[in-house]
Design a protein around this ligand. Structure first.
Ligand code: MRU
Length: 365
């Protein structure tokens, strides 16, 4: 993807393998700031503080975090400390565990002296794999948008609702839910995106709107509560969202508020698609409501909102009365029965155990 015409990924290593650079997403959309991470502490902080976020990018950053840790201490103890430290940063997105496991499996059998170089190579390969996966999701998902366009008699635009940010910024490149949108737009299908603001952290209003704008995709930011209304009035042709963890039976855990959109889509017969790279599938569980740990984040994300003041400073204001209790579950689970289909790098399937296993037969229990 490009920022002001310049191609970027969201994370890239230095040539000397001493640091990795990220885009600080807490400064967007008002400032484009990159930060260099030079050690395990800084990588863990970047994930926890959501300078980087989105399931695939969390996994990629954790992989590089492990590589940074191997520069400093490649011993078995150093590997375990780094693995545990990074795994504890955010509990819901399963890509974190997937990436750390992939790194650990490759590093453990090696003598410590060889671990750092291999860790950097494996982290880079994991990032390249993410890009290839998302590009394939874009190709498959584009066909769903093309079908919606044909259903409309190739008139007007295909109106697509999305929630949170499952775009380029949530991955190494392309995005998951936004990849089909970029592919359709680049392929000449007129699209317009309804962007849920996505309280409390506003990843839609700040990040999705920003990256769609950078790519020239027409979009409108709406309050989270507006989507159902637009569905009732036939102004949403399809919804597509990402996921932080999907069970082997097709239950989808995603940013808080996704479930309400799925309910509204179901009631209004609007197709509700979920785009997911296979590392987001947790093959070890089948009941999302019971088995997925939901991250509870700090209450000040609900009570306070950051934004751009009229004098050009980025500031933070309180929106709740002082003393009111706040709660902040960061994710919810949409049961598989509300999901029209899953869009993966291997193709599109029903949100069922059979559907997923038909695409990924090697995962059969
Ligand atoms: O808390 P975040 O911003 O890391 O949330 C993750 C997300 O970006 C979304 O839930 C997204 O829809 C899935 S990640 C591609």
């Amino acid at each position: 993807m490009k920022i002001n015409g310049v191609p970027y990924r969201t994370i890239w290593p230095s040539a000397d393998r001493r640091s990795v650079t990220i885009i600080d997403q807490t400064r967007l959309p008002h400032e484009f700031v990159t930060r260099s991470l030079a050690n395990l502490d800084q990588a863990a902080h970047a994930i926890k503080a959501m300078q980087v976020r989105g399931a695939p990018l969390i996994g990629a950053t954790a992989a590089y975090g492990l590589a940074l840790a191997m520069n400093a201490d490649p011993s078995d103890a150093g590997l375990k400390t780094a693995y545990d430290r990074l795994l504890a940063t955010r509990p819901t997105a399963v890509n974190l565990r997937w990436a750390l496991d992939a790194m650990q499996t490759g590093l453990t059998p090696l003598p410590p002296a060889q671990r750092a170089l291999t860790a950097w190579q494996r982290a880079a390969a994991l990032c390249d794999e993410d890009v290839a996966i998302n590009e394939a999701i874009g190709r498959h998902g584009k066909s769903l948008i093309a079908q919606a366009w044909e259903r409309k008699g190739c008139q007007g635009s295909v109106n697509i609702l999305t929630h949170c940010n499952a775009g380029w910024l949530a991955t190494v490149d392309w995005g998951t839910a936004l990849a089909p949108i970029y592919a359709a737009h680049d392929g000449g299908i007129p699209v317009h995106v309804w962007v849920d603001e996505t309280r409390p952290r506003n990843q839609g209003a700040s990040l999705t709107a920003w990256e769609l704008g950078q790519h020239g995709v027409p979009h409108t930011v709406i309050a989270d509560n507006a989507g159902g209304h637009y569905m009732q009035h036939h102004r949403v042709d399809l919804a597509i969202v990402g996921t932080d963890r999907t069970t082997a039976s097709g239950d989808v855990c995603n940013k808080i508020g996704t479930y309400l959109k799925a309910l509204a889509a179901f009631d209004n017969k609007v197709p509700f698609y979920v785009a997911l790279p296979s590392p987001t599938i947790d093959w070890t569980i089948s009941d999302g409501l019971v088995q997925i740990p939901i991250e509870e984040r700090a209450g000040d994300e609900v009570s306070h909102i950051p934004g751009l003041a009229e004098d050009g400073r980025i500031t933070r204001v309180q929106v709740t009365p002082k003393g009111s209790a706040v709660a902040n579950p960061a994710f919810d689970v949409t049961p598989a029965r509300l999901v029209t289909a899953l869009v993966t790098e291997r193709g599109i399937c029903p949100a069922t155990p059979e559907g997923l296993r038909a695409l990924f037969p090697e995962k059969a229990p």
